[in-house]
Design a protein around this ligand. Structure first.
Ligand code: C8R
Length: 249
C-alpha cells in the first residue's frame, strides 16, 4: 500500500511540478506588469515543444512576439554587437537607454538555453544544439526573431555600441548587421549613432573601413554618426547619476 501511495504521489507531483526552467521564465516574467505570463509561456512553448531542436524556424516564434509585443521607445533604443557586458553594465545602473534585455522577452530568456525533442512535451536545458551547430536551432531562431521585432519598432535617434577591440566591429554575420540594421527604416529612424567602445589596446575605431558596409546598408535618409568612447568613460557615466544621459559621451 505504501509503495502504491508513493508511486501515485510521485506521479501527481511530477505532473504538477514546474520545471526549474518554467519557474525561472515565470518569475522573470512576473516582474513586468500588464502581461499574462501563463499565456506568454504557452506561446513560447508552442514554438519548439515536440520538435527537432534543429528544425525550429525563426517564424515559429511569431505567436510569442504577438503575445508580448515590443513598444517603441523613440530616442532611447540601444543596440549592440560584441559589447554585451559594457552595455548592460551601463543600462543596469542608468535609465538612459532601452535594450532588448530590458523588455519582457529579452529579460526572460537572457542567458538561458532551451530546446524540445520530437515525441516529448518537455523543455530541455541540456543537450541542446549550440549556436552554430545547425541553422534553425531553438535558441538562435528566438534571438533572430526577437531582435527583428525590436529593430522593427526602432525610432528617432538610435544608438549602437560596437567593439573597438576586435577586427570586425561591424560583422556581417552578427545579428546586429544581418537582422537589425536592415530593418531600420528612414520613415521611423532619424539617425544611427555608433558608440565605438575603446579599450587600451583597441584595434578598430570610427575610421574602420568596415564601417563603410554599415553606412551603405543604412536606409537612405537615415543619418549616421560615430564616436570613439573609452570604456572607462561609459563606466564612469554609469556610476555618476549626476551626469545627464546626453552628456555621457
Ligand atoms: N540580441 C542578440 N543576441 C542576444 C541578445 C540580444 O539582445 N541578448 C542575448 N543574451 N543574446 P553578439 P549580435 C545572445 O554576437 O549577434 C540583439 C545570443 O545568444 O555580441 O550582433 C540585440 O538587440 C547571441 O548568441 O551580437 C543586439 O543589438 C549573442 O548574445 C544584437 O541583437 C549575440 O551577441 C546583438 O547581436
Amino acid at each position: 500500500v505504501i509503495v502504491v501511495l508513493i508511486v501515485i504521489s510521485a506521479v501527481v507531483f511530477g505532473l504538477t511540478l514546474k520545471s526549474a526552467f518554467e519557474s525561472t521564465f515565470l518569475s522573470r516574467c512576473e516582474k513586468f506588469d500588464q502581461y499574462d505570463c501563463k499565456k506568454v509561456w504557452d506561446a513560447f512553448q508552442q514554438a519548439y515543444v515536440n520538435k527537432d531542436p534543429c528544425k525550429v524556424p525563426v517564424e515559429a516564434y511569431d505567436p510569442l512576439i504577438a503575445a508580448a509585443p515590443f513598444k517603441p521607445q523613440c530616442n532611447r533604443m540601444m543596440f549592440w554587437s560584441k559589447t554585451k557586458d559594457v552595455v548592460h553594465g551601463f543600462t543596469e545602473k542608468r535609465d538612459c537607454f532601452v535594450t532588448l534585455e530590458d523588455t519582457l522577452l529579452g529579460s526572460v530568456l537572457d542567458g538561458l538555453t532551451w530546446c524540445g525533442k520530437e515525441g516529448s512535451k518537455d523543455t530541455n536545458t541540456t543537450g541542446c544544439p549550440g549556436w552554430s551547430d545547425c541553422e534553425n536551432n531553438t535558441v538562435r531562431s528566438f534571438w533572430i526573431r526577437a531582435s527583428a521585432a525590436f529593430a522593427d519598432v526602432a525610432c528617432g535617434n538610435v544608438t549602437a555600441m560596437l567593439n573597438g577591440s576586435i577586427n570586425t566591429p561591424f560583422n556581417p554575420t552578427s545579428i546586429f548587421a544581418s537582422v537589425e540594421v536592415p530593418r531600420f527604416i528612414a520613415s521611423r529612424v532619424k539617425n544611427l549613432n555608433v558608440v565605438m567602445v575603446i579599450q587600451k589596446n583597441n584595434i578598430s575605431n570610427c575610421t574602420d573601413p568596415y564601417l563603410k558596409n554599415l553606412t551603405q546598408a543604412l536606409d537612405k535618409g537615415i543619418t549616421y554618426s560615430c564616436k570613439d568612447v573609452p570604456e572607462s568613460q561609459i563606466q564612469e557615466c554609469g556610476a555618476k547619476p549626476e551626469i545627464a544621459c546626453g552628456d555621457c559621451w
